[in-house]
Design a protein around this ligand. Structure first.
Ligand code: MLT
Ligand code: MN
Ligand code: ZN
Length: 305
C-alpha cells in the first residue's frame, strides 16, 4: 500500500495568506528552514493504479499536478481518483470538491450521513455539484467490520468515530456526534499492514487508542503544539481542544500517547497549523520530536506499507 501526502497543513495552509506569525514571516523572508505546505489531504492505493482521495482540499488542483500518478491519461478526460472519502465537513477538507466538477460521471463520494447533511444544508456543496457532475454518495458506516470499495482493490477501510468539532455552519457545532469527525484504519488486504489516519483528533477515547495500537503507522493530528497556542498569539479565543484538536504537549497531549506505542509503530504528525513551532526544522520542538522518533508530514511525502 502506498500513502502519498498531498497536503500536510491545517486549514489556512502554510504560510497562511493573512498571517504574520513567526513561522509565516520566516517563510516569506527565508530566515528559517520552513517548507510551504498545502491543506490537509492524502491519497492511498494498493495497486498504484486506483487511488482513494481522503479529503478534497482547497489546494487540490495544485496537489493533483504535483502527483502525476493521479493522471494516467488513458482517455481524453481521465483520473486515477476512484473515490473521495471525507473525514468531516470542514472547509479545508471539502472545498476541493468544487474543483472536481468536470468529472465525467457523478463523483464517487464516501462520507458519514452527518457530513452529508452538513454538505446539503450548512454548506450545500452537494446541491451545487448536482448542477455539474453530481455526487454518487456512499454511506460510511461505523460498523465494526468495516467495508471495502469495489474500485479500490486490495484495501479495507474501517471508520472510527472521533470526538472533534463539526464546522461552524453545522447544527452540531460544539455538540460532537458520532460520525461528524472520523478517523480511518486502512488495511492492505494482501500484506495485512495498516495505517490509522486522523487529521482531527480531539480526545483519546478507548476505541481510538485501540485503533492506534493495532496500526503499523499512525498519521495523526499535529495541528497545535500547545492547547493555548492560538490564544497566546491572539489568533483565536479557542484552545486546541475546543477546536477539536488534541495538542501535542501538556498532560494527556499527543506526545504522551505516542510515547506509549511500540517502537515499531511509525509515528507521523499531519494537519499542522501554521503557528506550530514544529514547522521550523531547527526548533527545539522539532528536535524533541526527532528524539521521540516522531516524523512531521510534508507535502509530497510517501509512506510505503
Ligand atoms: C480545523 O480542522 O479546525 C480546520 O482546519 C479549520 C478550518 O479549516 O478553518
Ligand atoms: Mn482542518
Ligand atoms: Zn502563521
Amino acid at each position: 500500500m502506498k500513502i502519498h501526502i498531498l497536503g500536510s497543513a491545517a486549514g489556512g495552509g502554510f504560510p497562511q495568506w493573512n498571517c504574520n506569525c513567526s513561522n509565516c514571516k520566516a517563510y516569506r523572508n527565508g530566515s528559517q528552514r520552513v517548507r510551504a505546505r498545502t491543506q490537509s489531504s492524502i491519497t492511498v492505493s494498493a495497486d498504484q493504479h486506483n487511488w482513494v482521495l481522503f479529503n478534497a482540499s482547497p489546494d487540490i488542483l495544485q496537489q493533483i499536478r504535483s502527483f502525476p500518478a493521479l493522471q494516467p491519461a488513458r482517455t481524453l478526460r481521465d483520473t486515477a481518483i476512484r473515490a473521495v472519502f471525507l473525514m468531516d465537513a470542514q472547509i479545508d477538507h471539502t472545498t476541493g470538491l468544487y474543483m472536481l466538477r468536470e468529472h465525467r460521471q457523478p463523483l464517487p463520494l464516501w462520507c458519514h450521513p452527518l457530513v452529508r447533511e452538513d454538505l446539503m444544508k450548512g454548506n450545500p456543496i452537494f446541491s451545487v455539484l448536482a448542477h455539474y457532475c453530481g455526487v454518487d454518495w456512499h454511506e460510511v458506516t461505523l460498523d465494526a467490520q468495516g467495508f471495502v470499495m469495489a474500485d479500490l482493490p486490495g484495501l479495507h477501510f474501517k471508520a472510527v468515530p472521533l470526538t472533534s468539532n463539526a464546522p461552524p455552519y453545522s447544527p452540531h457545532r460544539d455538540k460532537p456526534q458520532p460520525g461528524d469527525n472520523l478517523g480511518v484504519r486502512i488495511t492492505d488486504t494482501t500484506s495485512g499492514k495498516s495505517i490509522f489516519y486522523a487529521p482531527g483528533l480531539g480526545q483519546m477515547e478507548p476505541h481510538v487508542w485501540q485503533a492506534m495500537q493495532s496500526a503499523d503507522c499512525v498519521l495523526v493530528d499535529g495541528t497545535l503544539w500547545t492547547d493555548e497556542e492560538m490564544i497566546v498569539l491572539g489568533a483565536s479565543p479557542k484552545t486546541a481542544r475546543a477546536m477539536g484538536h488534541l495538542p501535542q504537549t501538556g498532560p494527556g497531549g499527543m506526545l504522551e500517547w505516542l510515547e506509549k506505542l511500540p517502537a515499531s509503530t511509525r509515528k507521523v504528525l499531519i494537519h499542522i497549523n501554521n503557528t506550530n513551532p514544529i514547522l521550523d526544522e531547527d526548533s527545539p520542538e522539532r528536535q524533541e520530536l526527532a528524539r521521540r522518533q516522531i516524523e512531521v508530514a510534508y507535502d509530497g511525502m510517501g509512506i510505503d506499507l
